[in-house]
Design a protein around this ligand. Structure first.
Ligand SMILES: [Zn+2]
Length: 314
């Protein structure tokens, strides 16, 4: 079942078609979805969208998560995951280590708990939210983590967190304003909310269009760039105090998008044509992102990590 929605940021119902792409996990990629652009503020969102998100999230956890893939990689993308995953978990821990705060941490959408376990070993008090039962049960039984199914359970406890992380999960929540205002209520006074998101205005996103892996339709309901994330944060009482490129995301997204484009063409001669495209996209994404980052200007990488605080924090 699908539903039509209006723009979450400005409330406008009018929109225009932006692009169409398929569900990369559906059989033969037959299921198509549209991304529309709000005619007023330009925010990009999936519309219409599936009512029951869990129908689409379940195979994602089952078929594509750490405990399956690290043990038994089968395809090229599995091997890429096996190589990238431990490095990306360590990168996340180092990112948290640099924050001027220490204490307890909440991971929203913790999946199988690999990152939380890494933080627990680094002496953080950790807690996770995972709606998928398979992922949640694994995090509890395998790592002994404290994981609940919903944000409401965390709010009811009344506990505050010094750091809250959302690693590519904000684009998947049906109600952005409810989620952000709830997270604000459980973020401690000087705490940080870290939000990692694919950047729909990055060089590789514009180059690969419907084949860009960061779209991940229909699991991603919203498709962010810097200005719209800042606006949404502001609407919910947050301030974006820092942004940085996630270099891993650029590498991963460019390679996986090239692979997907090649698959769409069934590995025929176009795959050969695709190699230069892969090379130049990777090089240009890296150069663009690094340069802007080096000169201290706002990022334009394939994935961006946003640091949010309460808006009245200095
Ligand atoms: Zn709008």
């Amino acid at each position: 079942m699908i539903e039509s929605t209006k723009c979450t940021i400005c409330g406008t119902e009018d929109n225009e078609h932006y692009l169409t792409s398929s569900d990369r996990l559906s059989p033969n990629e037959k299921d198509n979805y549209n991304i529309v652009s709000c005619t007023d503020c330009g925010f990009l969102y999936t519309n219409p969208r599936p009512v029951n998100q869990s129908d689409f999230l379940a195979p994602f956890i089952e078929g594509g998560d750490a405990f399956n893939l690290l043990a038994d990689p089968k395809s090229i993308s599995d091997w890429i995951f096996k190589i990238f995953h431990p490095a990306s978990v360590r990168w996340k821990r180092k990112t948290i280590d640099r924050l001027p705060t220490l204490g307890n941490l909440l991971d929203f959408g913790c999946r199988t708990g690999d990152f939380l376990f890494e933080m627990k070993r680094a002496k953080w008090e950790v807690m996770g939210i995972e709606a998928d039962e398979l992922g949640k049960d694994f995090a509890i039984s395998h790592y002994g983590l404290n994981v609940v199914s919903s944000l409401e359970e965390i709010v009811e406890r009344g506990e505050k967190f010094d750091v809250i992380t959302m690693w590519h999960t904000l684009g998947r929540v049906p109600d952005l304003n409810f989620t952000l205002s709830s997270l604000k209520s459980v973020l401690s006074k000087n705490g940080f909310l870290l939000v990692a998101l694919p950047n729909i205005l990055s060089y590789d996103a514009r180059k690969y269009k419907g084949d860009w892996i960061g779209l991940d339709l229909p699991r991603h309901l919203y498709h962010f760039d810097r200005s719209h994330l800042e606006k949404l944060a502001q609407n919910n009482g947050f301030r974006v105090v820092k942004q940085r490129n996630i270099f891993w995301d650029t590498l991963h997204n460019v390679f996986m998008s090239a692979l997907r484009r090649a698959r769409q063409h069934r590995w025929n001669a176009k795959w050969a044509i695709n190699w230069p495209l892969l090379f130049w996209t990777l090089a240009l994404s890296w150069i663009t992102g690094s340069k802007l980052f080096l000169f201290g200007r706002k990022c334009d990488g394939s994935g961006i990590l946003y640091y949010l605080t309460h808006e009245n924090n200095n």
